[in-house]
Design a protein around this ligand. Structure first.
Ligand code: AMP
Ligand code: MG
Length: 519
């Protein structure tokens, strides 16, 4: 296996001088060298063929012993020095101090076709940042991360990627619902990839320690490698940096709202500095459209990270980042201006995105959108099915016909009251007027709508079915879902059974609608 290894992070930024792998506060450094844990009986379950190509590994090489051992952490490639990154974070609104890669280990960086990829194992053992945990990961959360990373990529959502999913052959103890019912599960490792895994929290920890020297190094490094468009200098450079991170964060969250993705744990340590979706934990897909929904049971009380609050949290987190880099700027007004612009920028992007979902390209339709959001919540309505079927509505349809075309999206069709139906007919009247004012014809509009309204997303129960089968040693469904989710906007009539509402059994099942941070 030939890899074009070109390390930048570990080469250009200060390393922890202590090489011992004990849990501790790491100061004056951006990372610590560590060695991944050897696994009992590693087995690769699934490889993303596209990520293989991205990093320049052939399919034959992916089947080699070397691949198996390197990408599960059993062997370290010659001349490479794996490391864990140091970061802090605000968790659920509170400063949590040092967190860091507690179970993520960076192997090396690869440069292929002029693209830089940091290659990281998740679940490969303890690091100085493991705090009270074991540094490991279980099969269920690893299946979820592997499949969802790739699905999000194909949906066009900025995200970290996943190269491979492997069993370690070790057993891992977990108390899934944190209720005293710990049990052993199969251990797994995901090998994930991204241009960089730097988070808001990497900056925050340095600012909290008033280590401005390292903070400057990290910020300059980030700008140089990942924001080459920034050419300004001095304070302006850092202001432009915050502006760009703000824009990328907005972009990412608008995509989440478009496809119905709820991250579940938008702590600042889970916010990528590149505006990528990162750390797939208790995430979930919106099934019935409910802005109050979060899949994360750990957040059930305050619902801080609910679907309808993601945009606000994006801004909240940017405030924390701004505070962290303040030490490099020491001037609040310009920072404040950048943050003040967030709300308008977000709203404009969000409305444009919703209009595209609706197939409306002329005029503004703020009211139509907000009425739709309310109407969708009158009764359980499937977000994905609603928008996909909306594309079949014709300009000349009567409101009754139009309504019938989206009926499949209702969870309990028989239970629709006449007042709910009337509200819908009323909405369709306005929608039809809006459609009729558009120049675009039905056929073209359908094509455009289908390119932004996915037909297939990784519904929570689909991932759970794949996990249940994988637990029994059958990995077929992982592969099947992976293939379907490569073309989420295509009709794929042969896969129609996955274009379906969440089945009743999944409504309150652990792993489907209820997920904890246990992983
Ligand atoms: P998360 O909630 O997964 O974003 O994790 C928050 C912090 O806890 C990060 O520093 C993780 O690296 C760490 N962490 C999560 N799970 C484990 C684990 N099993 N072992 C060690 N550290 C972990
Ligand atoms: Mg995390």
């Amino acid at each position: 296996m030939k890899l074009n290894i070109r390390n930048t992070f570990s080469k250009e930024l200060p390393a922890d001088k202590i090489l011992e792998n004990n849990r501790r506060q790491v100061v004056g450094a951006c990372f610590s060298y560590v060695t991944p844990k050897k696994t009992a009986k590693p087995k690769v379950l699934h490889v993303s063929d596209e990520m293989l190509a991205e990093i320049g590994v052939t399919k034959e090489d992916a089947e080699s012993e070397e691949f198996l051992h390197v990408f599960t952490g059993n062997t370290t490639l010659k001349n490479t020095h794996p490391y864990a990154m140091c970061y802090g974070g605000h968790q659920f609104g509170n400063w949590a101090g040092q967190l860091g890669d507690g179970r993520a280990i960076n192997l090396f960086e690869i440069n292929h076709n002029n693209q830089q990829w940091a290659i990281q194992l998740k679940g490969a053992g303890e690091t100085p940042y493991s705090r009270t945990a074991d540094g490991l990961a279980v099969l269920r959360s690893s299946v979820r991360e592997h499949l969802c990373s790739e699905a999000m990529y194909h949906l066009g959502v900025p995200t970290t990627r996943s190269l491979s999913l492997s069993l370690t052959g070790d057993r891992v103890l977990r108390d899934i619902m944190y209720n005293g019912n710990a049990a052993y599960e199969k251990g797994a490792v995901v090998c994930r990839a991204a241009p960089s895994f730097i988070r808001f929290g990497n900056f925050e920890i340095l600012a909290a320690r008033q280590d401005y020297d390292t903070l400057k190094k990290l910020t300059d490094y980030t700008i140089q490698h990942f924001y080459p468009e920034i050419t300004s200098e001095g304070k302006q450079k850092y202001l432009d940096f915050l502006t760009e991170v703000r824009n990328r964060t907005i972009e990412m969250i608008v995509h989440w709202q478009r496809v119905g993705f709820v991250h579940g744990v938008m702590n600042t340590d889970n916010m990528s500095i590149l505006g990528l979706t990162i750390d797939y934990g208790p995430y979930g897909w919106l099934e019935d459209f409910d802005t109050e929904w979060t899949p994360n049971t750990t957040d059930a009380k305050n619902r801080r990270y609910r679907f309808g609050n993601q945009a606000y949290i994006g801004m909240w987190n940017l405030y924390k980042l701004a505070n962290a880099i303040y030490g490099l700027i020491e001037e609040t007004d310009s920072l404040q201006e950048i943050l003040d612009a967030y709300e308008n920028l977000y709203t404009n992007k969000y409305e444009l995105m919703m209009q595209e979902k609706l197939g409306l390209y002329q005029n503004n339709h703020t009211n139509l959108i907000s009425e739709l959001e309310k109407t969708l919540q009158l009764t359980e309505t499937d977000y994905t099915i609603f928008f996909r079927n909306l594309a079949t509505v014709s300009k000349l349809d009567t409101v009754e016909i139009a309504f019938n075309k989206i009926k499949k999206a209702f969870y309990i069709i028989e239970g629709l009251t006449s007042s709910v139906k009337d509200t819908w007919l009323h909405w369709f009247e306005k929608y039809r007027d809006a459609l009729q004012a558009e120049k675009i014809n039905d056929t073209e509009r359908k094509l455009k709508m289908n390119a932004v309204n996915p037909k297939y997303v990784l519904r929570n129960y689909m991932a759970q079915l794949a996990i249940d089968e994988a637990d029994d040693g059958n990995y077929q469904l992982i592969n099947e879902l992976y293939e379907i989710l490569k073309k989420p906007y295509a009709e794929q009539p042969e896969n129609e059974k996955w274009f379906a509402k969440r089945p009743e059994w999944a409504k309150h099942k652990i792993g489907c609608s209820m997920l904890s941070c246990s992983s």
